[in-house]
Design a binder for this molecule. Sequence first.
Ligand code: SF4
Length: 318
Amino acid sequence: MSIEPLVKATEVSKRFHVQGKVLRAVERVSFELHPGKTLGVVGESGSGKSTLGRVVLKLLEADGGSVTFEGTDLSKVPRKTLRQMRRHMQMVFQDPMASLNPRMTVFDAIEDGLKIHGIGKSAAERRMRVEEVLERVGLPRSAGVAYPHELSGGQLQRVGIARALALRPKFVVLDEPVSALDVSIQAQVIQLLRELRDEMQLAYMFISHNLAVVEYLSDEVLVLYLGEVVEQAPVEELFAKPSHPYTQALMRSVLKVPTSPDEVQDLTPISGEIPSPFAPPPGCPFHPRCPVAQEVCRQKKPEIREISPGHRVSCHLA
Ligand code: SF4
């Protein structure tokens, strides 16, 4: 018996119309996500990662396909119901400073969300909930009286996470949540996210360009290029057997922690620039940058196909 996923995206697409031109930001992306699991989404800037996160939360309207949350099609729910469902579908942003009101204390910022969603019968109950969540993300209760400018980057991101978690969500989109933090703080926040996921059985969509972090936190990974999935696989399989030349190039372009003092890493940046999403190349969109491109790649777009259970690749040679 298959268990109903918490979040299910089917052939989701999003286009933007800019000065008479069409930008295909997300093209026919599908995935399923279960409680307690993490879907990593990787790709260079402009690959459509953040747009996908916003479309899945219905902060942006999809142009095609569907997203269901606990079996309910988000495109079909009335506004009022969607507002009620939002407490279960939260987002944590890359820059917590930008998402916090500089004139609100940390306590007020977190309590505000509780009030909007009618959580907590009294001020005392809300206070208890805010203090509990601050403690859970590793901040002292006294942090509640601070204003955002009085906190460090790591503390601010903990506030961003606390604000989302105070609503006891089921699904959280984490959009580059550690990329603005110092490396030492990144590890602490990632560890915290992992603990919270396991403890609360949260489902995460974890958007990042940092493959090491994605590997640590994810169960399944989507690799996006120009808005399309080029590879999708369980995390161990993707890192053991990356099958799309773009995934392989991404992996060669990031610095890894060496496993021995003698290990020398062959660090190779991906060649060429990401093409304009307004005019993607014909055939395989990766062909101008692909080191193994063939004539067929310039002529014909590859279809995504399953090469082993749960491992899908869009490449003529895979
Ligand atoms: Fe490279 Fe061709 Fe595969 Fe595209 S289809 S990734 S160009 S080999």
